[in-house]
Design a protein around this ligand. Structure first.
Ligand code: AMP
Ligand code: MG
Length: 335
């Protein structure tokens, strides 16, 4: 994260705790983004939120790609041909990501770490690499090069590095839901940098939650569509999120593992709505890479997994696989 942006958030959001009569919420800057959780007020509510945020901090120390002391960073520098025993969380998420890499035919690519670092998009060292640098790394960025044996992971080539940036927030959201359920919290809203999970129905009602999806050409707070959902995760991948412009060309943070360049198609964002937030996170990235048609093929093959999707296109239109989710729309449906 660029330093000035981070300090901006820290200045306003650092450890905000806020209580009204009925709900308690807390926000903090963790896992490289603003994380907030709101639950009904109770005598245990503060302790429950404390538990959630302690867990987010613990997960960050395991999964962060940007902290050189995280378990993942250490794995990436030490596991070349040298199996390393990892924590159950890292093992679980790497194994899951390897499975999604395979089922999306490498559109979601667990081993994309070296290319992500080369571009550095969203960081101070972001730049357009020379074509030869990209070509050199491409063959190594394949999940087949990440091996899992029992509780150990090893990297078959030194340039095959794991990146969990496209699943980490989803994984953390699922973990928050587990904690909240274990504490008998029936209704909550979890927002980990735009990766949303709504637990149960809206506070003290039997109504669905209303979740706004960002207008790609508007301000971050401007929503183009409002979804009505409950007990589910809503995760969006957008080409406007971490990006820069050079010589009039827009470069963004979601890379096409087949070319090594930021994905180029008619999509500007993809939102995936499903109960498993880790999967929603992985698939929103994968669908942005696959494009609209191939994503629909994937959904047809995997219809039993109960996934809904909203695709937003560069021309300002949208398509959804589930009309019933749309509560309000300020943009045109595509034909
Ligand atoms: P998301 O915002 O969830 O779509 O995740 C984007 C992040 O995932 C990027 O910032 C990279 O760290 C990483 N990434 C980029 N391209 C891919 C890809 N094709 N497959 C998996 N991870 C990716
Ligand atoms: Mg993702």
């Amino acid at each position: 994260m660029k330093k000035n942006l981070k300090s901006f958030f820290l200045f306003f959001i650092f450890l905000v705790s806020c209580t009204n009569k009925k709900t308690v919420s807390r926000a903090d800057f963790i896992i490289g983004t603003i994380c907030s959780i709101k639950i009904p007020a109770s005598k245990n509510a503060d302790a429950i939120l404390e538990k959630c945020f302690a867990e987010l901090k613990r997960l960050d120390k395991i999964l962060s790609a940007n902290d050189e002391n995280s378990e993942l960073s250490k794995l990436n520098t030490s596991a070349f041909l040298n199996p390393v025993k990892v924590s159950p969380e890292l093992l679980e998420l790497v194994a899951f990501s390897k499975m999604v890499s395979k089922e999306t035919d490498g559109a979601f690519e667990l081993a994309i770490g070296s290319l992500v670092k080369l571009w550095g998009i969203g960081f101070e060292n972001e730049r357009v690499p020379h074509e030869s640098e990209i070509k050199e790394l491409l063959p190594f960025c394949k999940s087949e090069n990440i091996k899992i044996i029992d509780e150990e992971i090893f990297l078959e080539t030194a340039n095959s590095k794991i990146d969990l940036g496209a699943v980490g927030k989803g994984y953390a959201a699922d973990r928050m839901v587990e904690i909240l359920k274990s504490e008998n919290v029936e209704s909550a809203i979890i927002n980990l940098g735009g990766n949303i999970y709504v637990l149960g129905k809206k506070f003290f009602t039997n109504e669905n939650w209303k979740i706004g999806l960002r207008n790609p050409s508007g301000a971050p707070t401007d929503s183009a569509l409002v979804l009505q959902v409950s007990n589910t995760s809503v995760v969006t991948s957008g080409t406007y999120e971490r990006c820069f412009e050079q010589n009039g060309v827009h470069y963004h943070h979601i890379l096409d593992p087949k070319t090594g360049y930021p994905v180029k198609n008619n999509l500007v964002s993809v939102s995936v709505i499903c109960e498993n937030s880790t999967y929603a996170d992985a698939l929103s990235t994968a669908f942005l890479v696959l494009g609209y048609e191939k994503s629909l093929d994937f959904l047809k093959k995997n219809y039993s997994k109960k996934i809904s999707v909203v695709f937003m296109f560069k021309d300002g239109t949208y398509k959804t696989t589930n009309e019933q989710l749309i509560a309000e729309d300020k943009m045109m449906p595509a034909h």
